[in-house]
Design a binder for this molecule. Structure first.
Ligand SMILES: C[S@@+](CC[C@H](N)C(=O)[O-])C[C@H]1O[C@@H](n2cnc3c(N)ncnc32)[C@H](O)[C@@H]1O
Length: 291
């Protein structure tokens, strides 16, 4: 495959095995676990963002996942990352997404033989149906910037994670923040929603300010812009606007970011108020009114 630093030596076989071995799309020594998955499955499970397996493999390198742990895969899209998490680490995964249906994801999960450990749910990240302290980890794969740039979101999310548990994100981001206008070479590609992309340093500060997590890591993927190109050339080769933007940029602004924090017990997440009891007492509106 063009782009990855080295092609994995896949065993050559006969017939179908041989065809699979010859299909080196998305095989990459940077991501040995992901490279075991068939490129047709990875492409068919794409949700419109980054390569979910590459991002999940990178993120999990910074998480101490153990079999049986409960993991929330928030903004899981077509649940490729959820299946990967269950298969690779033996964790139980709640696969939550807003746009993609739980019915479709359940079919994909069942076909992958993961329905004992991956539970799909269509829900909004801002209205989660879970009990406090339920999860050992929350992972967000190329999804956090869609719903979590709000200053209050981490307060809300952290309550679902046990003390000592992890919150982690990995996905598209900026290598350095942009204050006013996007740089000239990115303007054709840049749409208003791109402003939700941020640097690892931005996320670190954003999370640190809440005082709820110990931030253990905030970094960028080496050669991330090249992996972005590698993935796009396979999954969306006609999207020339994005391909040209990433190629011209050469990693100056665009790439992948990763942030991991652990919930500590020094500060409790604030209460999440969803409604205040109705309580009305009529009073005089103006000083001039008679009592
Ligand atoms: C670029 S896709 C990434 C999906 C998947 N994690 C992957 O890497 O393939 C972004 C995902 O964020 C999800 N999303 C956006 N807003 C959301 C919200 N408010 N609650 C839950 N999911 C949301 C979308 O449904 C979409 O699947």
């Amino acid at each position: 495959m063009a782009g990855c630093s080295e092609i994995l030596p896949l065993a050559a076989g006969r017939g179908e095995d041989e065809a699979v071995a010859a299909d080196l799309r998305l095989a990459c020594d940077q991501f040995p676990r992901s490279s075991q998955y068939h490129p047709d499955w990875v492409v068919a499970s794409a949700s419109g963002g980054a390569n979910a397996l590459w991002m999940t493999e990178w993120l999990t390198a910074a998480l101490a996942l153990r079999p049986g742990m409960r993991v929330l895969d928030l903004g899981c899209g077509r649940a490729a990352s959820s299946i990967f998490l269950h298969r690779e680490f033996g964790v139980q995964v709640w696969a939550v997404d807003l746009w993609f249906s739980a019915t479709e994801n359940q079919q994909r999960i069942r076909d992958a033989g993961s329905d004992q450990g991956v539970f799909p749910l269509q829900a909004d990240a801002r209205a989660l149906p879970f009990a406090p302290d339920f999860f050992d980890a929350v992972v967000c794969v190329d999804s956090f910037h869609y719903f979590a740039t709000d200053d209050l979101f981490l307060n809300y999310l952290t309550r679902f994670v046990k003390v000592g548990g992890a919150v982690g994100l990995a996905g598209a981001g900026l290598m350095r923040d942009i204050d006013e206008a996007p740089p000239e070479h990115l303007r054709t590609w840049w749409t208003p929603d791109v402003w939700s992309l941020h640097s690892a340093a931005w996320w670190r500060r954003h999370w640190h300010q809440t005082g709820l997590l110990d931030i253990v890591l905030a970094d960028t993927l080496p050669e991330g812009w090249q992996r972005w190109l590698d993935w796009h050339r396979v999954v969306a080769p006609d999207n020339l606007v994005e391909i040209e933007a990433v190629q011209t940029d050469q990693g100056r602004y665009l790439g992948y970011v990763r942030v991991v924090g652990h919930r500590h017990d020094r500060t409790a997440p604030p209460d999440h108020i969803v409604s205040v009891p109705a309580q009305y007492t009529k009073t005089r509106l103006l000083r001039s009114e008679a009592p």
